[in-house]
Design a protein around this ligand. Structure first.
Ligand SMILES: Cc1cc2nc3c(=O)[nH]c(=O)nc-3n(C[C@H](O)[C@H](O)[C@H](O)COP(=O)(O)OP(=O)(O)OC[C@H]3O[C@@H](n4cnc5c(N)ncnc54)[C@H](O)[C@@H]3O)c2cc1C
Length: 536
């Protein structure tokens, strides 16, 4: 093979869902080699063509890459952008620049990325190139047993963060022109309130959450009215790696300690609750890492064939996606998701469950649609959660959310509904949650004609929930169901992993702040002004 560079070759850092220079194991390993480095991001057409991927995620990635490029330029090199399949791109770069090693983080993604990574590994082996993949969070590759998982996770989080390198030795490689969303068939996206990508926004989110926004996290997270501000909003940043989960965990430990020490125990408890969720983040991703079929097949085979797959153009699926089910709160959630790219956990669970239980649709297509609407799409959280909310894991107690009760509980005055379903805004609050129950005269005064100005409800939710419950429990009663569920629990469950407390209990326990270790005390994400964070 002919190389322009010396045979010693360049070290490629293959950026995927780790778009930062801080606490970046692959970058640190490349720098340690002393060789010229080639920071690479590949826009892969096959990846962006998957139904889960969308323009809002693409735009978030573009924001993040622009800041990453600036951070690399500040250190003497630049981001090399390529468009094409990974193997084609690596082959061409190898021919021109001679690749000695490729450094990357392990990625727990869709089957597509698992297959792609396997193919790249094979290609590198054949080309005599060393491919070094490292864990980027507490998810473990080739895990043999879940026993003690939580302790290993915490040990990973406690390790010192890797400092961003000060200077990088550039290679001769130039970037191609950055592609546009249209190059991948990603048209306009109606998401004016999408979260901005990039390191600066990530640091801002984390800092404002830990310093002030998170004070009422525990009690505000369930309502979409309060959750948008009181939750961390770190999800797209964790999904695309503009901040590492270890950075978030260490900063949260420090904040929890400080709030506890200053007597703000409520705030400390909220941060404790957030810390538990950072562990759930990896706990869920570990499931997909261990069993890639969770993306496409029921975790518990007892549920195979239980629900029909929606046919193309199924009007119920379309009504659900477009927020036209006739359930005002549910429609408000779907419409707000379309415009913001985010929804709080409780409402994600409710909308997913509505498709699976009330509409009795197989979870795969609704889950794909939701994934594309989430700026923070994280395969390892999304698919295990989609199955959990659809009661196809066999190992979780089924929970069917009532969209009217959730509406009354989480949006009692109807402010969220009025904002996102303005055609109902004339209805008094007492009728907003279930407009079909309002006297005809009240609806007439509010200018509402069901079926014309706003849809009739698509289903009788009480009867549909009852029917779903009895079908699911019939499966749970079948011979062999329990044994299979136990095996799944052993493989994927939180008990074996050593995650004993959930929700409020975990938060209360974590509210007793432990003194952070010295490495954490020196961690000062808070003091990094946004302008510096941008450049660094
Ligand atoms: C059907 C369904 C699909 C989901 N799909 C995704 C997804 O694609 N990407 C995604 O990041 N989250 C997903 N979640 C989990 C959760 O709803 C979001 O992580 C959360 O709403 C993001 O907002 P936040 O960052 O402000 O969360 P916070 O409440 O501030 O939590 C901090 C972080 O902890 C993690 N986390 C929080 N809740 C959970 C949970 N229940 N399980 C696992 N990790 C959690 C996330 O990384 C989150 O960013 C899904 C939940 C459901 C029910």
């Amino acid at each position: 093979m002919f190389y322009i560079c010396s045979m010693s070759g360049v070290h490629v850092i293959w950026f995927k869902r780790d778009l930062r220079v801080h606490d970046h194991a692959a970058l640190a390993a490349a720098v340690a080699s002393g060789a010229p480095i080639l920071p690479l991001y590949i826009f892969e057409p096959g990846y962006w063509a998957l139904p889960e991927h969308s323009r809002r995620q693409f735009d978030f990635v573009r924001d993040s890459l622009e800041e990453l490029d600036a951070a690399l330029k500040a250190r003497g090199t630049k981001l090399v952008i390529r468009m094409g399949s990974a193997i084609d791109v690596f082959s061409a770069l190898h021919q021109k620049h001679g690749i000695a090693a490729i450094h990357a983080h392990e990625e727990t993604g869709l089957q597509w990325t698992f297959d792609r990574d396997r193919a790249v590994r094979r290609w590198a082996r054949n080309a005599g190139i060393s491919l070094r993949e490292q864990p980027q969070n507490g998810v473990q590759r080739a895990l043999q047993s879940r026993d003690g998982w939580a302790n290993q996770w915490e040990a990973f989080m406690r390790r010192p963060r890797l400092v961003a390198p000060e200077a990088l030795k550039p290679s001769a490689a130039d970037s191609e022109e950055w592609p546009l969303p249209q190059d991948f068939g990603l048209g306009a996206d109606d998401c004016p309130q999408r979260q901005k990508g990039g390191r600066m926004a990530a640091v801002d989110c984390l800092r404002s959450f830990l310093e002030s926004r998170g004070r009422t996290y525990q009690k505000s997270m369930s309502s979409p009215l309060t959750a948008a501000d009181a939750c961390s909003r770190l999800s797209p940043h964790l999904a695309f790696g503009t901040v590492s989960i270890r950075e978030a965990w260490q900063a949260a430990q420090k904040a929890q300690h400080e709030h506890g020490r200053s007597g703000d125990t409520g705030f400390a408890a909220s941060i404790g609750s957030f810390i538990s969720r950072l562990q759930w983040h990896c706990h869920f991703i570990q499931k997909l890492e261990d069993q890639t079929s969770i993306e496409s097949r029921n975790l518990h085979p007892g549920y195979d064939g239980l629900r029909p797959e929606p046919l193309a153009g199924d009007p119920r699926l379309a009504a659900w996606i477009e927020g036209r089910t006739g359930f005002p709160f549910l429609d408000a959630c779907m419409r707000s998701l379309r415009e913001t790219g985010w929804l709080n956990f409780r409402m994600r669970a409710m909308v997913m469950g509505f498709a699976s239980h009330h509409l009795w649709l197989d979870w795969k297509q609704p889950a794909e649609h939701l994934a594309a609407l989430f700026t923070d799409f994280e395969p390892g959280i999304h698919y295990p959660q989609a199955q959990m909310q659809s009661a196809t894991t066999g190992m979780n107690t089924p929970r069917i959310y009532n969209p009217v009760k959730q509406s009354q509980d989480q949006d009692p005055d109807g402010a969220f509904i009025r904002r996102w379903v303005p055609e109902l805004s004339g209805l008094p609050a007492e009728w907003l949650h279930a407009p079909w129950e309002a006297p005809a005269s009240v609806r007439a005064r509010a200018g509402i004609v069901l079926g014309q100005t706003y849809p009739m409800r698509i289903v009788d939710h009480m009867a549909a929930a009852e029917e779903a419950r009895s079908r699911i429990f019939a499966v749970r009663k079948r011979a062999g169901h329990g044994a299979q569920a136990d095996a799944l629990q052993a493989r994927h469950g939180s008990k074996r992993s050593g995650i004993p407390f959930r929700g409020q209990q975990a938060a209360r326990r974590q509210a007793v702040p432990r003194a952070p270790e010295p490495a954490q005390l020196s961690f000062d994400l808070h003091l990094t002004p946004p302008s510096q964070a941008h450049a660094s």
